[in-house]
Design a protein around this ligand. Sequence first.
Ligand code: UD1
Length: 435
Amino acid sequence: MQKLVVEGGHPLQGTVPISGAKNAALPLLAATLLAPGEHKLENVPGLADVSMMLSLLGRLGCPSLWNGKLRLETSRIFFSEAPHDLVRKMRASVLVLGPLLARTGHALVSLPGGCAIGVRPIDQHLKGLEALGCRFELSDGYVHGRVDRLRGADIQLDVPTVGGTENILMAAVLAEGHTTLRNAAAEPEIEDLVRFLRSLGARIEGEGSSTLEIDGVTSLRPSAAGYRIMPDRIEAGTYLVAGAITGGKVTCIDTDPVHLDTTIDALRRAGCEVRVDGNAVTVERTGPLRPVDIVTRPHPGFPTDMQAQLTALLTLAQGTSTITETIFENRFMHVAELHRMGADIRVQSNTAVVQGVVGLKGAAVMATDLRASAGLVLAALAARGSSEILRLHHLDRGYEALVPKLQGIGAHICRVDSEARAPRAELHTGMSATA
Ligand code: UD1
């Protein structure tokens, strides 16, 4: 077991390269099942979740070689089961449901069950796939799906679920006839999935809007030429907040500023200067932070995956901010840990009322989920004194090379075994620390 040790209070300065998007990579990897052959993918982020998805594809019979670029061989599928031990660790494993049904006609996928940030059912995934002709039985914690022939349908989702939209879309591209998917999620990662599927020969329109129109095709070809995964907008947003919360100046490169507009808007409202130059975004804060009111919404609204990071930032604003979470229940678990660092936050139903304090102080805190962990790292970077962040497996799921990237912009951070104390010298930028 390892922990992060952070010596806070140092303004961060410099440039951070942004990795490929986790939430685009996972559905794209699942989508390779739809087209037998060798796929090549670029800009695949080195994350525990990606390794886990590759393990799952390996268990289905699809080996991969990851060596800068990713090569994945999906010519044959020997098994159609996503077992509990993998789905339990990574909910996105359910994204193989639609592709397996489309490719093999059956799938056995463990139900994801409860999750740290809420109930997260898959009823909408099943509703959409049923409309396309699939039949499901639930037993022993597994959903067992079968289909003889997928047929296009008119589907209206009750909630614009990201994973549900992806699962239904991946099945519909190989269905006979036309599918209209209404109240679909419009997140940029779904646009990336559409572009990828189109590169395989799928016929889809409407990405980025709430209605997807899909004309089924009989087969797809693999992405032999190599498909480049979009940049991670949540990773970029997290580093921008790192610059803002420490009163520094940070530039994120290799990113897509269009996907960052709500985060950039929130940072500007909080009193930061934000400049966009091509694929680079720079945040700079020289004055005090101002309070901001934020409501998380499906895209194009403010992303729930940036909520914990903004909560950390606003703990230091001069005044009272409100943060309302409308996507997931139980997504304020970082609040109790932020209290340990001196934050003043009251949670009333799904709103956190954040009364800014003059400063945070370092503490030992426990990460509870991926983005909550990111919020705690940000708070620790701004806090006076030393902090320890435990349970790093959450961060490893979603932030490639977090420690070296933060060290590269001047953070005093290192990763050590949980039992060990960090030698003071190692806390300085660029010193040896396991990444
Ligand atoms: C994806 C992202 C996650 C992000 C979330 C919301 C990936 C791998 N993960 O998760 O980082 O926080 O979108 O932007 O891309 N719901 C139902 N029925 C369903 C499915 C979902 O009621 O069948 C509800 C959920 O309980 C939740 C809401 O819809 O309240 C949004 O969930 P969803 O969009 O499905 O999130 P994920 O795809 O799991």
